[in-house]
Design a protein around this ligand. Structure first.
Ligand code: ZN
Length: 306
């Protein structure tokens, strides 16, 4: 049995199970301060060990910034986050005090990418991205069979995209950059620009055309930079009917015929995740299952997209 911790800004989801198809139990704990949240996680997993069987490894898919290189002594340490109580919190050290088990930590989006690779919409691919468009925007993924880390880990929500201030006077809501992608296209940006939550905006509201344009600009940048076989778009904002189709259309428009394969593959290239709302917690389980997330994943066999 594996344990997974999906640590989000407001809630932490804990799961135990063997894989995405065999989840034994799940619980949700509020993410408040480590001194409150951590003992609840530990008590829950100890209880699960009594009810089911011993835990073999723990995976943590957490909000960042985060040290994700297993060779670093700081592996699992939270960096400078607006969630001040968690700044400097050390996932591996904290959990090791309660469990002498292997503990694997990565970003929530890299975890979700790994889960989609193992059990979802990215099986048999070796280069793809997973983006979540929710309150914030984050991205992770796998390149040539390895989770993307680099110097720290990607922060794809903070790329710059063109912003026509005459058409869209909203200055953006990223506390660091103002009008970066997250500042213009996150659920929080939609809420502040239009004065309503995204899910309460009608399908024909002009918000959605603008949203599709911003996300398609990001898609074209990621496609030109990384040449992914697929980009999975998850998160609450992406539940809007028709949005993914509009993003595909705009992406083709922005790529302007430069990539000959694109028009024939756009529906496979920009696609929804298969694990849906479970991608995050399955991501934590996937990290526990895969072990050191920095190791090559050796995909079963690379196949071209259908
Ligand atoms: Zn930003």
């Amino acid at each position: 049995m594996l344990a997974g911790i999906e640590a989000g800004g407001s809630k932490t989801v804990c799961v135990v199970g063997r894989d995405a198809h065999h989840i034994f139990d799940r619980t949700v704990v509020p993410t408040t301060i480590p001194a409150e949240t951590l003992p609840k996680l530990v008590a829950y997993f100890k209880e699960c060990e009594r009810r089911f069987e011993p835990i073999e490894a723990i995976g943590v898919a957490a909000f960042g910034p985060l040290e994700v290189h297993p060779s670093s002594p700081e592996y699992g340490r939270v960096g400078s986050t607006p969630k001040l109580a968690w700044q400097g919190f050390h996932w591996v050290q904290a959990l090791r005090q309660a469990f002498s088990l292997p503990i694997y930590v990565d970003t929530d989006v890299n975890g979700a990418a790994l889960a989609e690779w193992r059990w979802g919409a990215a099986q048999h691919l070796d280069t793809f991205l997973y983006l979540t468009v929710g309150t914030g925007i984050g991205g992770g993924g796998i390149i040539n069979g390895n989770l993307i880390h680099g110097r720290l880990h990607p922060e794809m929500g903070h790329i710059r995209i063109p912003h026509d201030r005459e058409r869209d006077p909203f200055p953006g809501c990223c506390p660091y950059h103002g009008n970066c992608l997250e500042g213009l296209a996150s659920g929080e940006a939609i809420r502040r620009r239009w004065g309503k939550e995204a899910q309460n905006l009608a399908p024909d509201h002009p918000a959605w055309e603008l949203e599709a344009e911003y996300l398609a600009l990001a898609m074209s940048n990621f496609i030109f930079t990384l040449s992914p076989q697929r980009i999975l778009l998850g998160g609450g904002v992406m539940k809007q009917a028709g949005l993914i189709e509009a993003i595909r259309r705009k992406t083709l428009e922005y790529c302007a015929g430069y990539l000959p394969y694109l028009a024939g593959e756009i529906e496979h290239l920009i696609a929804p995740p298969r694990l849906g709302d479970w991608a995050g917690s399955c991501g934590a389980l996937a990290l526990a299952a895969t072990g050191s997330s920095n190791a090559a994943l050796s995909p079963p066999e690379f196949r071209e997209m259908q």
